[in-house]
Write a protein that binds this ligand. Structure first.
Ligand code: KG4
Ligand code: ZN
Length: 343
């Protein structure tokens, strides 16, 4: 059985984990940096990179100690090599290279998006390719057809903000603090989702892409009128965003032609989002998979798992593997129309 140490550092979570090729997670540890970034109301890239440099070595030691495993017993070391905040990616990847060099182990450079795409396999033992994935996080909003290891078709992306980014920006505008997603969900619980008329960008559009910048601007304007309560705006925003996720996913389901629908990424922690997507899958007679929250948000178990699959397939990298700020999972995807398109 292959045993892989995984390292994640692409945003503001420092994480390390040990996973086997038998879909077994031995230990995973995560150190968030909310305290460091809160005074700035968002993630500050240099602060994140410095924090990863301070946190990761001790975290890796703890993971190995808790599992009672020496580095010599590990088959490979996998680390996120992009996409993400480049300083943090460089720190995690360089730590992995140092360990690989010192312990004479192969390095596996993982695309963070591949980590998210394959993560549900760790939670659902009988999940097998292919499936349609809605990846909704702070950095990404994509619909991906996951056909096999290293074989992904990007059906949709956002032409401006990611879904989690929209949650965070609206939460900030409503004075709800950082990180915004959970705070906005809590505020929405006591609001009326029909109270504020808000746009649903790209609803019904023929391509399955997303757009949330106009929705965010409308939330800011609604707040400025002083006519609505914060819970009402929060609930109306959440309802509009969910309508977009459901409509765009329904469009991709037509194209994908598969019978499993998976949601992952931090926004999948939102109860209303999960419920709406579960209902959508049921309407289409599809199996719905929403991994546990810890596996939906950034973590190193998904990086180690992708590493285990790659190691078993003979896909290892050299110590010169580059760190990449942008790294599309499907380089052949047609570019989405619009400005500021994310990888
Ligand atoms: O996957 P993740 O941990 O990191 C990225 O790769 O971005 O996702 C973080 C994002 C943030 O934008 C956060 O506000 C959002 O997920 N999020 C939520 C909830 N919990 C986290 N959004 C809505 N409702 C939540 N309960
Ligand atoms: Zn992520």
């Amino acid at each position: 059985m292959t045993l892989v140490l995984g390292i994640e550092s692409s945003c503001d979570e420092s994480a390390a984990a040990l996973v086997t090729s038998g879909r077994r997670m031995l230990v995973h540890k995560l150190a968030g940096q909310d305290r460091e970034h809160r005074p700035y109301g968002g993630v500050v890239p240099e602060i994140a990179a410095r924090a990863h440099a301070e946190i990761l070595p001790g975290l890796i030691e703890d993971v190995l100690a808790e599992a009672g495993i020496g580095l010599a017993e590990v088959d490979a070391i996998a680390a996120t090599a992009g996409p993400g905040l480049i300083g943090g990616v460089l720190v995690g990847l360089t730590v992995a290279k140092g360990l690989a060099l010192a312990a004479d182990k192969p390095l596996i450079a993982i695309n963070h998006l591949e980590g998210h795409a394959l993560s549900p396999m760790l939670a659902v033992p009988d999940l097998d390719f292919p499936w349609l994935l809605l990846l909704v996080s702070g950095g990404h909003c994509q619909l991906l057809l996951v056909k096999g290891l290293g074989d992904y078709a990007r059906l949709a992306t956002t032409i401006d903000d990611a879904a989690g980014e929209a949650f965070d920006k609206c939460a900030k505008a409503l004075g709800l603090g950082f990180p915004g997603g959970p705070a906005l969900e809590a505020a929405a619980a006591s609001g009326d989702p029909a109270a504020v008329p808000l746009p649903r960008p790209l609803l019904g559009a023929d391509e399955p892409h997303f757009s949330f910048a106009g929705l965010k601007s409308a939330v800011v304007r609604a707040q400025e009128t002083g006519r609505y309560s914060v819970p009402d705006i929060a609930a109306s925003f959440q309802a509009a965003l969910i309508d977009c996720l459901v409509d765009r996913s329904a469009r991709a389901i037509q194209e994908a032609g598969v019978d499993t629908f998976v949601v992952a990424g931090g926004v999948a922690a939102n109860r209303s989002v999960r419920d709406a997507l579960a209902a959508l899958a049921a309407r289409h007679g599809m199996r719905f998979v929403a991994p546990p929250i810890w596996l939906c948000t950034d973590n190193a178990a998904m990086i180690a798992w992708a590493g285990a699959l790659r190691f078993d397939a003979g896909m290892v990298d050299g110590l010169d593997a580059p760190a990449r700020a942008r790294w599309p999972l499907d380089p052949d995807a047609a570019p989405a129309r619009g400005a500021g398109v994310k990888a």
